[in-house]
Design a protein around this ligand. Structure first.
Ligand code: ADP
Ligand code: MG
Length: 702
């Protein structure tokens, strides 16, 4: 159980150096620092802007008889029975009772110590989300604490749940934030004019967002984590304003300092590839390729966004651009949002490019230091023409001989700071940039945030694809869905079962996926069922994906790790659990994993009734259309305040607080603010520094 509050009080008076690297904090060694870095957390100051996703209420105890399925709660009782049972897996099952009711607790991961702690007679306090029906509730992996005869005091504030990453516990994040929070006093409120507009000042906003007071009933009052709470709006405005300031500064950089190589080859490589392709590029692919080639031939850096629905064939267009650059003697950096996707691109590109004599360096996280060193050397001296990897391609140590083009896949959140980092990779010039996304960016937003961005749309699908049929089915009819899988897999197709997103903890997400796989294995013993989640070792997960791709697995139970770009054409059935909790664009991305071959495909959206009006309307939109642009519009219209949806995106984020879709209506105000602040150089610089951080040093390098 968290002791964050105690830690906070202890450090209230101590001063905090906001600029200090996080390794100076207790409990942060190099390994933890690296994980924090993955969340964009480098200095104590960054912790202040790492906002909770939601809150848990541990300010009161719920009697066991009052527990409800699906509602996380704090409860306590005495252990009346505990035993280790062997189903397919070993688990510890504990019965907890108070004077009126009881509940079963299940643990898949437990040691001898925990087993001893949970022996009959012990009084424990637990926090978790019960499942099942009232009267026969169970709870998988609650957090537990043994309590003596004088139970510890309850929390006085709501408990924040932070976005986490592999290997980072909520307790650690809470402790670190609580430690950093008093340091905010040293942070000036750079936009006092916002307080005159009735929004909270910087300090109260941060305090509110991290440590809101307990409410009499959290279900009635809006959560402070709610997207449109005044505190969040205050910070989103400041962040958008900082981005606009950076953009204004960037546009003032003299043009000759932003020149790019002219890439205008005869096009022999692209012609050769076209002859080898088993298909003909679509009209849309041809048109977009021509637009890109025209940009590359200019001495100004290309800055083009290619939007194309899932399966529209964006990779081929990127390959055309790659071949142009390579033929003209330049190198290409190809960046994917996840390791899994980078590997897949590596494989596909190798298949297409290597027969043409193009040499690829795949920079994964799993090479030996020697292999990696060798690849880096070959990139630096130009022997390798194409580098593929995740955003690790931006690391200092990655040097190019003649980088002419950077391709960024599936990342509409590629913001001004990444572009600045990219400039640093050019060899005296700015590389051309091609950004590809399946998530349409509304025009107005693209114009405001990316002034120089040109856009192309691949609005045609490769021929022969039948649209995915989508059904909405209540969780209560899960058995029918299982029969459907039995029939489909029996007939030789493959299927995905996607487990719910648990944004705050990969650990919980993985456990729920494991439990689901367990149940499905019991229900479908004749099928080969695989499991892929974010807590598995990369190697292990790749092996499972590979096995699935090769047809050795019938049903793949997965978390949303398979969201973006995974391409297994024989998979034609997808089940998505708790679909009502996911964002529409995420559902659309997931659904795009089927319907990639020539067989008719289906997607089942499982939901837990009752569905609210908005939730129903959103899921209906999924059923009605396969058009990503239409879905994005519905998403924007319906994503009102008060709705907290899973928003985890792969890759890094352009914004910490703001959301490109939700906060569009704040843009005008943010832009006006930026224009007012702009002439006040120290303030403008401080704002940019605060929100865009170290990346801004590139702005002055030009
Ligand atoms: P996305 O736009 O989602 O990135 P991909 O580039 O992964 O789509 O393409 C999806 C699939 O369609 C791939 O298997 C690819 O080889 C295939 N493909 C691409 N273009 C065509 C085409 N013109 N005709 C037929 N198949 C195509
Ligand atoms: Mg793709």
């Amino acid at each position: 159980m968290p002791t964050a509050r105690a830690a906070e009080h202890a450090t209230r008076t101590a001063s905090v150096d906001l600029q200090a690297p996080l390794t100076t904090l207790k409990g942060v060694g190099p390994a933890v620092a690296e994980r924090l870095e993955r969340l964009g957390l480098r200095q104590a100051r960054d912790l202040l802007f790492h906002l909770p996703l939601r809150f848990e209420d541990r300010t009161r105890l719920t009697p066991l008889a009052a527990l409800r399925p699906g509602q996380a709660a704090l409860f306590d009782g005495r252990v009346t029975h505990a035993e280790v049972v062997h189903r397919r897996r070993r688990m510890l099952v504990v019965t907890l009772a108070d004077d009126r009711a009881q509940i079963l607790l299940r643990f898949f991961h437990f040691g001898a110590n925990q087993q001893r702690r949970l022996s009959p007679g012990t009084r424990i306090r637990a926090f978790g989300e019960p499942r099942g029906v009232p009267g026969a509730l169970e709870c998988v992996h609650p957090e537990v604490q043994t309590v003596g005869n004088t139970p510890p005091a309850l929390e006085s504030h709501l408990t924040p749940i932070y976005p986490a990453a592999e290997g980072l516990s909520q307790n650690l994040l809470r402790r670190l934030v609580a430690h950093a929070l008093p340091g905010m006093q040293a942070l000036p409120d750079l936009l006092p004019e916002l307080s005159r507009q009735g929004l909270p000042g910087l300090h109260p906003a941060l305090e509110q967002l991290h440590h809101p007071p307990a409410q009499s009933d959290t279900r009635d009052a809006p959560e402070p984590a709610e997207p449109r709470s005044p505190a969040r709006t205050r910070l989103a405005l400041e962040e958008l304003c900082a981005h606009q300031l950076a953009r204004i500064q960037h546009s003032r950089t003299p043009r000759d300092r932003r020149s790019a190589p002219v890439i205008r080859p005869p096009g022999a490589l692209w012609q050769r590839l076209r002859q080898q392709l088993p298909f003909k590029p679509t009209g849309a692919q041809e048109r977009v390729t021509a637009e890109i080639l025209a940009d590359l031939a200019q001495p100004q850096p290309m800055n083009r966004l290619v939007q194309g629905d899932v399966g529209s064939g964006k990779t081929l267009v990127a390959v055309a651009a790659t071949l142009a650059a390579v033929e003209a003697g330049y190198q290409v950096a190809f960046m994917a949002p996840t390791e899994l996707l980078a590997r897949q691109h590596g494989r596909n590109l190798a298949q297409w490019l290597e027969p043409l004599g193009v040499s690829i360096a795949w920079l994964g996280g799993r090479q030996t230091a020697n292999e990696r060193g060798q690849l880096l050397a070959e990139l630096a001296d130009g022997q390798r023409q194409v580098a593929i990897g995740t955003h690790a391609l931006f690391q200092e140590e990655v040097r190019f001989h003649r980088l002419g083009l950077a391709i960024i896949d599936e990342q509409h959140r590629f913001g001004v700071h990444q572009r600045m980092a990219l400039r640093d990779k050019g060899n005296g010039w700015m590389p051309h940039q091609l950004i590809m996304t399946a998530t349409p960016i509304p025009r107005t937003l693209a114009m405001a945030l990316y002034a120089e961005l040109a856009s192309s749309v691949i609005d045609e699908r490769p021929p022969g694809r039948s649209p995915v049929r989508t059904a909405l089915i209540s969780h209560e009819r899960r058995d029918e869905v299982i029969e459907r899988i039995r029939a489909a897999c029996g007939a030789g197709t493959q299927a995905y079962w996607v487990c719910p997103l648990v944004e705050e903890s990969e650990q919980l997400e993985a456990e729920s996926a494991e439990a689901t796989a367990e149940r499905l294995r019991a229900a479908l013993p004749e099928l080969s069922i695989g499991l892929a989640h974010g807590r598995m070792k990369g190697r292990e997960r790749d092996a499972v994906m590979e096995h699935f791709r090769a047809g050795g697995i019938d049903l793949l139970v997965a978390t949303t790790v398979i969201e973006v770009g995974v391409d297994v054409p024989n998979a034609s059935l997808m089940i998505i659990e708790n679909a009502e909790r996911m964002g529409l664009s995420q559902l659309h991305q997931l659904r795009g994993r089927v319907g990639r071959g020539n067989t008719a495909s289906a997607c089942v959206l499982l939901y837990r009734p009752p569905l609210g009006d908005t939730a129903r309307e959103r899921l209906e939109a999924m059923r009605r259309t396969n058009d990503g642009f239409e879905i994005a519009e519905v998403d924007l219209k319906l994503r009102g305040p008060g709705e907290l949806l899973g928003t985890r995106q792969t890759g890094d984020r352009s914004f910490r607080v703001a959301d490109w879709a939700r906060d569009q209506d704040l843009l005008d105000a943010a832009t006006r603010l930026a224009l007012q602040v702009e002439s006040d150089t120290p303030r403008a610089t401080a704002l940019i520094e605060r929100w865009l951080g170290s990346a801004t040093r590139y702005a002055t390098v030009g």
